[in-house]
Ligand binder design. Structure first.
Ligand code: PRP
Length: 207
């Protein structure tokens, strides 16, 4: 099972607030941050750990350290708002931005920013993008990361359309998809319905 739709009541509650068209950008950004952290908590359950010893004020005991270096990969622009909440949970993570915009006529992703170094510096990447619409942006980003040489990739998003989920699953069956909701469909502008509108514009006040 590669598609995980959160069943957590806090996620459902916050998702409802973020869908609301009257939610203003400041609150919208706060909700993106919070939902992203909650989804990442669920998405990182299988990260590897190394056993370590730790000394409490009372005695020495067994503990764990994260064994794998994690990379957060927000897809610009809308994925930016997801970084902070996730980074709070994993301050040792590296952040690598990928800039893609969707051509308004073809709906195909166009790459405009990629500063990945030649060799991978992380073992696991979390691709962050609130919207999985046609799935073109997510597929292109995972393509880039796999060419880079990253061993494991996960996708964390807020809302997916059936088309986008299927597209990502078909192209990258090894990539788990973590979402707060799977919505009904895409409209004729390839917007997710009922969705939450344009996640980039609503965060950055550019609608
Ligand atoms: C939106 C969204 C995703 C992409 C999803 O970005 O944030 O990145 O479209 O669509 P897809 O699954 O069909 O590829 P957009 O192109 O509007 O750019 P922005 O984030 O800069 O607003």
């Amino acid at each position: 099972m590669t598609v995980h739709i959160s069943r957590h009541p806090l996620v459902a509650h916050k998702l409802t607030r973020i869908r609301d068209s009257s939610t203003e950008p400041k609150k919208f950004r706060e909700l993106i941050r919070e939902i992203s952290a909650l989804l990442t908590y669920e998405a990182t359950q299988d990260l590897g750990v190394d056993p370590v010893r730790v000394t409490t004020p009372l005695e020495e005991t067994d503990g764990s350290d994260l064994a794998e270096k994690v990379g957060l990969v927000p897809i610009l622009r809308a994925g930016l708002g997801m970084v902070e909440g996730v980074w709070e949970l994993m301050p040792s993570a590296e952040v690598w931005h990928i800039g893609l915009y969707r051509d308004e006529e073809t709906f195909r992703p166009v790459e405009y920013y990629n500063k990945l170094p030649v060799t991978p510096t992380v073992a696991v990447c979390l691709v962050l993008d609130p919207m999985l619409a046609t799935g073109g942006s997510a597929v292109a980003t995972v393509d880039i990361l796999k060419r880079w040489g990253v061993g494991r990739v996960k996708f964390v998003g807020l809302i997916g359309a059936p088309e986008g989920i299927t597209n990502l699953e078909e192209h990258h069956p090894d990539v788990p998809i973590h979402l707060a909701a799977a919505d009904e469909r895409l409209n004729d502008r390839a917007f997710i319905v009922p969705g939450l509108g344009d996640a980039g514009d609503r965060q950055f006040g550019t609608a």
